[in-house]
Design a protein around this ligand. Structure first.
Ligand SMILES: [Zn+2]
Length: 246
């Protein structure tokens, strides 16, 4: 029965990993989508910056155009006052044009930075794509191996179960439902090694001396006891195998 439990543990572990695979695949895809979103965001920011630069360039042109127009007008004004007013307008338009030009320069530097960001996120994405495709391949391989291992353990289990009396199998199944993978507990040092409950000396005594199929269970957790302690008189061969009362 210890062999049965060992195989059940293998099956359960393999099954848990197989069940966890879709989640791992989704996580890998989520990582990839995150990298794709970063590329899209960087490109979007770059496009917006380009639009803004174009608008600022138009601003420069517009202010320069106005200054030019005022200069042309200034040659034909009649009064000193009107001339002064135009000079003021010209200075103002030139100042606005300069401001807009500074902004264009700033925007060009921002654009360079954004171009770098686009390249950087694209490189990251390519790296991710390579890594994740390798990861997926590995997962599929692992999946195949785990599945094979699980099927082998299930086949072996079937063979082992044939040698266990049916009532014992039923009891094992019941306890295993409550304590998956640990239906059997070692009784050692006067304790149930699974829950720590004290084991009465006479039970221990019986465990190490009884040779029939009598079953002892933990009073607290209900697990089925086994002992690896040598059975002094009764069955030395069984004890040497490390499987008493299976
Ligand atoms: Zn117990």
């Amino acid at each position: 029965m210890l062999e049965l439990q060992r195989l059940d543990q293998i099956v359960a572990a393999a099954r848990a990993e197989l069940d966890g695979l879709p989640k791992r695949l989704r996580e890998a895809d989520a990582k990839l989508n995150g990298a794709r979103a970063a590329v899209a965001a960087a490109k979007e920011a770059h496009t917006q910056a380009l639009t803004r630069r174009k608008k600022l360039e138009l601003d420069v042109e517009e202010w320069r155009g106005r200054a030019k127009k005022y200069r042309e007008q200034s040659s034909s004004v009649k009064t000193n006052e009107a001339y002064k007013a135009l000079q003021h307008e010209i200075a103002n338009a030139e100042a606005e044009a300069s401001k807009a030009e500074d902004l264009v320069l700033e925007q060009m530097m921002a654009l360079e930075e954004l171009e770098r960001r686009v390249k950087h996120t694209e490189a990251d994405l390519r790296e991710f794509e390579t890594a994740i495709s390798a990861e997926k391949k590995q997962m599929q391989m692992q999946y195949g191996e785990k599945k094979k291992k699980m099927e082998a353990a299930l086949a072996e289990r079937e063979g082992v179960a044939q040698n266990v009396p049916e009532d014992m199998l039923n009891l094992y199944a019941r306890v295993d439902k409550r304590h998956p993978g640990t239906a059997l507990a070692e009784a050692r040092g006067e304790q149930c090694r699974a829950c720590g409950m004290r084991v009465l000396p006479h039970v221990l005594q019986m465990l190490t001396t009884e040779t029939d199929e009598e079953v002892f269970r933990c009073e607290m957790c209900g697990r089925i006891f086994y002992t690896l302690e040598p059975i002094p008189h009764a069955a030395p061969r069984e004890a040497a195998n490390g499987a008493a009362h299976s």
